[in-house]
Design a protein around this ligand. Structure first.
Ligand code: RNT
Ligand code: ZN
Length: 417
């Protein structure tokens, strides 16, 4: 697209929105301040650097074998640096504990230290990025079906140690980079078949969490992520939504909302207003479940649009941390990042451009036909012209232009791996 054409379309969109009392320049400014936390694990199908041949376990699966996945720390960084040039705005990077700079050494999970992540912190600083962190309880000989809720104290203690160390690494990231790091705790603990010890396992998890969070990390924002079920663990999940919601409320933590972790007809957006009344902030894992928690690439669908709308309408942009969580190994992985990140941004932009004042007036006056009509009309307002202009302003490819850039990167870099 030609620059003049993008600007012309933006000016027309601006006028159209002004008729509805919406300030597009203000929306652009707000969008500029929304940082997404890019999930490092889309680069290499959640493999990490401990054991490149290891199997992914813990009820999650990356399917597909598209060539060119990142095989080491340099390639992960190279890919993220490329992705950064294709997404307008400033974004964060979310690391998992298995992505440490272990220098070829075997460092077990209960041995990780800040020094294994110092090169990431330095890299982030050099690239003007902030970091978030995740403890990793899956893909390990001690994972089994139960980690922090394991009746075996030795195994429980191992994972408690790992998680405390993970939070301390997040603390160093937050402190050194001058921006609190989100630490997300997700464990797969559950049972394939019926269990008769639900209360017992949950009481063990609660006790483990109490030990983990007794360690204070002022530069960390802690999230705890629930799930409805994992593959191979269909009958019971220790860390259910009710469990973590209760724990988060009791302890002033964030509950993490992964869009693939609820019942198929349950929508994530409706949880925001309830949760923000009882917990300080919320952590999101923006994802796309297809029939199960399949972690497909995020697209601009109703679930994401409604979620963004709810956050903007609750005036909660500063209380919601937006992480991405999907891993598709069947298509170009850089492309997967860019599609999902841009789709998420588009959802927020649509929400920022919605005629909420008028919608609320209609609602207050009981004008429900008018409310529904305006909601429908808002869907086709020229928000995409505003997004194109946002890309132009940020010096990133506009609309489908990024496709050829990624094709070129594939030709030059990933196809040679
Ligand atoms: C798994 C959770 C979890 C993971 C990442 C890798 O179902 O969604 O967040 O996807 O931590
Ligand atoms: Zn998740």
């Amino acid at each position: 697209m030609k620059e003049a054409q993008i600007i012309k379309a933006y000016e027309a969109a601006k006028e159209r929105y002004a008729e509805l009392g919406i300030d597009t320049d203000k929306a652009l400014q707000q969008l500029q301040n929304i940082s997404l936390s890019l999930h490092c694990w889309q680069t290499d199908d959640v493999t990490g650097f401990e054991n490149p041949d290891g199997q992914l376990s813990g009820g999650i699966q990356a399917t597909g074998n598209y060539p060119g996945k990142a095989r080491n720390i340099d390639e992960v960084r190279q890919d993220i640096e490329k992705v950064k040039t294709l997404i307008p705005g400033n974004h964060r990077l979310s690391l998992h504990a298995i992505y440490g700079d272990f220098g070829g050494q075997k460092v077990d999970r209960d041995q990780i230290e800040v020094k294994h992540f110092q090169s990431w912190i330095d890299w982030a600083k050099a690239n003007n990025m902030k970091l978030d962190f995740n403890s990793t309880s899956f893909s390990h000989p001690k994972s089994g079906d139960l980690s922090l809720s394991n009746p075996d104290k030795g195994i429980r203690d191992f994972w408690i140690e790992h998680t405390i160390r993970s939070r301390k690494i997040a603390e160093a990231m937050g402190e050194q980079l001058g921006s609190k790091a989100c630490h997300n705790l997700w464990i797969h603990d559950g049972s394939k078949d019926l269990t008769v010890n639900r209360y017992y396992y949950r009481s063990l998890l609660k006790d483990s969490l109490d030990q983990i969070f007794a360690v204070k990390c002022p530069n960390v924002k802690d999230g705890v992520e629930s799930k409805v079920f994992g593959v191979g663990l269909e009958s019971f999940t220790v860390g259910s939504h009710e469990f973590y919601m209760g724990y988060a409320v009791q302890n002033g933590l964030m509950a993490t909302l992964d869009m693939g972790h609820f019942h198929p007809t349950e929508e994530t957006y409706d949880k925001i207003s309830s949760m923000l009344l009882f917990t300080p902030e919320v952590l999101l894992h923006v994802s796309r479940p297809v029939r199960w928690d399949s972690d497909h690439v995020v697209i601009l669908n109703d679930s994401v649009a409604l979620l963004a709308q709810e956050i903007v309408w609750a005036d909660a942009l500063n209380r919601v941390n937006i992480g991405l969580d999907y891993f598709d190994a069947s298509i170009n992985r850089i492309g997967a990042y860019v599609i999902g990140s841009r789709a998420t941004q588009k959802a927020f932009l649509q929400a920022l451009l919605s005629p909420i004042k008028k919608l609320r007036e209609n609602e207050a006056a009981g004008k429900y036909f008018q409310r529904l009509a305006l909601l429908e009309e808002a869907k086709s307002l020229p928000w995409s012209a505003v997004y194109d202009y946002f890309c132009l302003k940020n010096g990133t490819p506009v609309a489908e232009e990024y496709i050829s850039v990624i094709e070129q990167y594939e030709k030059d870099v990933t196809s040679k791996r």
